[in-house]
Ligand binder design. Structure first.
Ligand code: SF4
Length: 346
């Protein structure tokens, strides 16, 4: 039977303090419990050793601590680890640890499934079931930080919201999670090391700028030609490039922070001269850099990685126009943990 008790991690610190005062204890007890729940990421009341047994029993009678579990773990030859994460209601999302020589990055999910419909993405084939709660996003980071320390001997250095789901469609919870991740009372990570990657929701990009967020913004662009982008990312029909462009100009005017465009080049889809020209034109609007991402086919369908020649053409033309371009080799391909592959065969 499903528990009717409230998840204690849905309470703010102030609400926890009030709870203790209302129950005849000191407000300070709320700070202690908050510290166990977030900074120490404890998932059982029994282990809160500076709290009396009686108080722990009272907490157990009133609350549960919902938390995630690493349900499955696959390790790639390149050190990448893909985790199947079981949520408290049994649903599964995926999170990935991506190690390089200089950093370890957590790629985290923000929704179960996705409501958008990018044709090249395995997650798009899953119906969106629900948004993740802030603690479920936070817990993914904690779990991957542990793996980073265990398998790579150093703490997690970066976070990207590029797992399952569109983070800006779960904006409030993503922001609450990032608040906790960056707070000294949470994980104390720098916002500069966090990147939220969106498929491009103009209204929400403007909202982020208004909210003066401190993290980085990446946009999965993939084409700067309207018809091509709509054919591979059909929601583009509702959020056309002109609106996206205006929202990015707004973002830059307010934050003065450059944008990263994520860009995959597919054979016969966006590998022509006109595609490169459109991208170069689009790059003139706001300071930006391009991540050219290697693609991993999710089946034998229409999306196949473009030839090396086509990719070299992109690189040389972008560089000729002084646009910074990084080629991102995909990691964890052998375990379907690479970009666009989450939910593939899992
Ligand atoms: S690429 Fe991102 S936004 Fe598009 S369907 Fe996949 S998870 Fe959703």
């Amino acid at each position: 039977m499903k528990s009717k008790k409230k998840d204690i991690r849905a309470l703010t610190k102030e609400q926890l303090r009030e709870f203790f005062v209302e129950n005849g204890d000191k407000a300070f007890r709320g700070n202690q419990v908050y510290d166990w729940l977030w900074s120490k990421s404890l998932h059982t009341f029994e282990d809160m050793t500076n709290i009396s047994k009686e108080t722990r029993e009272m907490l157990k009678e009133n609350f549960v601590i919902n938390h995630i579990q690493v349900d499955s773990m696959q390790k790639s030859n390149d050190g990448t680890i893909k985790n199947g994460i079981k949520l408290h209601d049994g649903l599964i999302v995926e999170s990935v640890l991506i190690p390089t020589k200089t950093r370890t990055t957590a790629c985290v999910s923000s929704q179960v499934g996705c409501s958008l419909d990018c044709k090249f993405c395995a997650t798009a084939r899953l119906k969106r079931m629900r948004n993740l709660n802030p603690d479920e996003i936070y817990d993914q980071v904690v779990a991957i930080d542990k793996q980073s320390r265990l398998y790579h001997n150093h703490k997690l250095s970066n976070i990207v919201f590029m797992g399952m789901g569109e983070p800006l469609m779960n904006y409030n919870n993503v922001l609450k999670a990032i608040d906790k991740i960056t707070s000294p009372e949470g994980l104390g990570m720098s916002a500069k090391r966090i990147t939220v990657s969106t498929s491009g929701v103009p209204k929400m990009i403007k909202k982020m700028a208004d909210d003066e967020v401190r993290f980085n913004l990446a946009v999965s662009l993939h084409s700067a030609i309207e018809e091509v982008r709509t054919s591979i990312m059909p929601f583009n029909e509702h959020f056309p490039l002109q609106d996206l462009r205006e929202s990015l100009e707004y973002w830059y005017a307010k934050t003065k922070r450059a944008i990263t465009y994520e860009y995959v080049v597919w054979d016969g889809i966006n590998d022509g001269k006109e595609d490169i020209k459109a991208l170069i034109d689009f790059c003139q609007y706001v300071p930006c850099k391009i991540n050219l991402i290697e693609y991993n086919p999710i089946d034998d369908g229409e999306f196949q990685q473009a030839s090396s020649r086509a990719i070299d053409n992109y690189i040389s033309n972008l560089e000729m126009h002084d646009i910074t371009v990084n080629v991102r080799r995909s990691r964890g391909k052998d375990i379907d943990a690479a970009c666009g592959q989450l939910a593939n065969k899992s």
